[in-house]
Write a protein that binds this ligand. Structure first.
Ligand code: SF4
Length: 266
């Protein structure tokens, strides 16, 4: 008999399904995995990745109720450019009875609108705000059009104070100041703070058309900061914090068991 327990990686560490309806993302992060895939499969280019195009077939797709979280979005973001459409899409997912994990580099305008629109669905929404550094200059360097640290923290506090479930994705870690980041944010987190490394950084930059020497030097510094020794030190410092969860990239360094999920026989 085949083993019916599968190891899970990436977004499947968090949710059973993903939902998306946009191609491209105006945040334009240099290390973006979705950008890498879109360029590889010739759906987008380096030059036009930042232009958000609604995929009407995805937008209009019928929604079923699933058992477990649906992650929305996973291959773009919810930015002010498509806020109106994102609210309509989210409404459809929630009205079908689903629990939604909203993963975003949060713009305050967006979070305020979602909290206002979906007060009745508070218990069906878990926010996960991506914050890889406390330093807005570092965020600006890697994620040029995404909000600065202060705006992301403001969103976290706002959602928390309005009674929504909140969590953080510190993935990719963008500096060596993760301990301070955790200290600064943990009081506004009802769920977990997930920590993960920057995966395949040089390969992604290359595919994403980013080859300037400044970025490559900073990327190499970041790879050094995420050496096995530094990851083990971070783990030592945070392992007793009940709000911390480690992504698969860190579990591998620590030889911790990777998350598993029961799947179909393969
Ligand atoms: S916010 Fe996410 S989808 Fe958008 S560019 Fe950044 S990593 Fe890619």
């Amino acid at each position: 008999m085949k083993n019916n327990v599968k190891q899970v990686f990436g977004t499947y560490e968090w949710a059973v399904e993903n939902a998306n309806f946009i191609s491209g993302c105006s945040n334009n992060c240099k290390y973006c995995y979705s950008r890498e895939m879109a360029i590889r499969f010739k759906r987008k280019t380096t030059e036009n990745w930042h232009i958000e195009e609604v995929n009407m077939a995805q937008f209009n797709k019928k929604v079923k109720k699933v058992d477990g979280f649906i992650m929305f979005p996973s291959s773009h973001d919810i930015t002010p450019v498509n806020l109106f459409n994102a609210i309509a899409f989210l409404k459809k997912l929630l009205e079908a009875g689903n629990n939604i994990l909203i993963v975003t580099k949060p713009h305050f305008e967006v979070i305020k609108a979602i909290c206002h629109e979906f007060t009745a669905y508070k218990k069906n929404i878990l926010f996960r705000f991506t914050i890889g550094s406390k330093d807005s200059d570092i965020l600006k360097f890697w994620e040029p059009n995404a909000p600065n640290y202060e705006e992301r923290k403001k969103c976290l506090k706002y959602a928390f104070e309005n009674g929504f479930e909140t969590s953080i994705s510190c993935e990719p870690i963008l500096d060596d100041n993760t301990l301070n980041l955790v200290t600064d944010l943990e009081d506004f987190v009802t769920d977990f703070i997930w920590i993960g490394k920057a995966n395949f950084l040089l390969r992604r930059l290359k595919m994403n058309g980013i080859s300037d020497s400044e970025t490559i030097n900073i990327a190499n510094e970041l790879i050094q900061l995420q050496s096995d020794n530094n990851i083990k030190m971070l783990y030592k410092n945070l392992k007793n914090n009940p709000k911390i969860k480690w992504k698969e990239s860190i579990k591998k360094v620590l030889n911790l068991e990777v998350s598993t999920v029961k799947g179909l026989d393969e």
